[in-house]
Write a protein that binds this ligand. Sequence first.
Ligand code: IMP
Length: 196
Amino acid sequence: MDGVRAVLCSRNPHKARELERLLPGWTIEPLDRDDYPPETGATYYENAAAKAAFGRAVASGDAWVLAEDSGLEVEALGGRPGVYSARYAPEGAPAIAKLLAELAGVPEARRGARYVSELVAIAPVPDGRTLRGTGVLTGRIASEPRGSEGFGYDPVFIPDGEERTVAELGEGWKSRRSHRARAARALLEALDAVRD
Ligand code: IMP
């Protein structure tokens, strides 16, 4: 799909750039608002849908509205931090240190984890239909951080089939294989299906 203009309901310019790489032909501007609804949903989808509905109400009617919610689920922690990932600890080194401390002594075989990304898109008015794309990346948590690319837990997340962390594998790998890349592909398929 070419020439789509969208606003992303996020104050995170990193996410807008990442999604622009994942959605060819889309131009994505972050919608920088201080009054987004709090992320109190029980699921990523609820949080993404609430952000998107808010964005649809305030953004220009001729643009698509996009919202994304994501998180890290760790098996040995019963799926935590999950939907609370963004509030687990301050982003970067503190979050990684807290995660590694919680997993101290947990053997490699029980360090399984997954990233989940949920993307919601609402069409321009008057159509206003809601589309959804979900993406999952499975892997395990390393015993120490390695690599400098990406963000969040990427220095300690080793995808299945790899020995390096996502932060070592880099942005090119992420743009093909990450949970967000998979969610973007699912969203494009949902778009194709409604256009057939
Ligand atoms: P939100 O989707 O902005 O609410 O935040 C999701 C949180 O999950 C981020 O703050 C990170 O801690 C984590 N997370 C989600 N996607 C990624 C990723 O691609 N790499 C590293 N951490 C991620």
